[in-house]
Design a protein around this ligand. Structure first.
Ligand code: CP
Length: 338
């Protein structure tokens, strides 16, 4: 029996594997739009164990699985024993006998790694404290579709909380694919040094370039894409907002920030959800508290023709479908880890 094909963290991926996944995602996207998609995963069943809320990732896994003929069980934070009265190891051993694959979203990278160690079936990271690999795949597909040039010639600048999972996955996956990836953040919110070192090593081999700096102008100069995320991530305490708003205000993406790139074609990316106006409870609260109507990005940029955020959100599904197919479909199944 071959080892299961997991997707646990971007750092495990190879350039060849990411390119295979992007190519497969593109084929699957075309097939879905043309109505020619072939269900490759009938008789498969997939469990989604989510300790944190999700709109895109959960929906993307569910639709991708259903399009491919697989059954899905969603396990919300309150409806299993895992970690409360049953260990992660025991849960993995049980679910691995019932399901063909398990997606996990939660607080700790260690949990998804324990699931993978004991389940005996593919395990996919749907976001942990450290990595968000399925997001990075959708980001790469979106840039590939909209850059108008090869990814090896693309520059992307992420502004904001450079220490979070989205920034880390973007940095690592971008470096593996040979992009010019820049993280613009205050020094206290730079990516973990070990992640920067791993990305730098990957960039040396791929011909890419990486930068983590607090110098906004050098980071955004000429960038093809500006990317941001919420300033306080899921799982972080609300008490962080005071310090984050103070530290990150200069990194907010608005029309002036787009102009600072000097590139009239710079496009905008965001993994979502976004605080781009005051129509949500959080947006209203932050507007009242800090006078920011739209926090990490202004509403005009978010809604502008330069914004690719909903293309990016759609691509979560096509790329996740490629991950499922590569892990589970004998025709697409590869011999090494995803
Ligand atoms: N980008 C992302 O992971 O979105 P969800 O939290 O809605 O899944």
């Amino acid at each position: 029996m071959r080892d299961p094909i997991h997707l646990l963290k971007d750092i495990d991926l190879t350039q060849a594997r990411i390119l295979e996944l992007l190519e497969l995602a593109t084929q699957l996207k075309i097939a879905k739009k043309q109505g020619t998609e072939r269900a490759r995963l009938s008789r498969n069943n997939i469990a989604l164990i989510f300790e944190k809320p999700s709109t895109r990732t959960r929906s993307a896994f569910e639709v991708a699985a259903q399009d491919q003929g697989a059954g899905v069980t969603y396990v919300d934070p309150a409806s299993s024993h895992m970690g409360v009265s049953e260990s992660v190891e025991d849960t993995a051993r049980v679910l691995g006998r019932l399901y063909d694959g398990i997606a996990f979203r939660g607080f700790q990278q260690a949990t998804v790694e324990t699931l993978a160690r004991y389940a005996g079936v593919p395990v996919w990271n749907a976001l942990t404290d450290l990595w968000h690999p399925t997001q990075a795949l959708a980001d790469m597909l979106t840039m590939r579709e909209h850059a108008g040039k090869p990814l090896t010639e693309v520059s992307v600048c992420y502004l904001g909380d450079g220490h979070n999972n989205v920034a880390r996955s973007l940095l690592m996956t971008g470096a593996l694919l040979g992009l010019d990836v820049r993280i613009a953040a205050p020094a206290v919110l730079h990516p973990d040094p070990a992640a920067v070192e791993a990305a730098a090593h990957a960039a040396t081999r791929s011909g890419g370039h990486i930068m983590a700096t607090d110098d906004i102008d050098s980071a955004v100069r000429g960038a093809d894409f500006l990317y941001t995320d919420v300033w306080v991530s899921m799982g972080e305490p609300d008490s962080e907002w005071d310090a984050r708003v103070e530290a990150l205000r200069p990194f907010r993406i608005d029309a002036n920030m787009l102009a600072r790139t000097g590139n009239p074609k710079t496009q905008f990316l965001h993994c979502l959800p976004s605080v781009h106006d005051d129509t949500t409870t959080l947006g209203r609260h932050l507007h009242e508290q800090y006078g920011l109507n739209g926090v990490e990005v202004s509403d005009d940029v978010f809604r502008s023709p330069r914004s690719l955020v909903f293309e990016q959100a759609e691509n979560r599904m096509h790329t996740i479908k490629a991950v499922l197919a590569m892990s589970l479909d004998p025709a697409d199944r590869r011999t090494e880890g995803c």
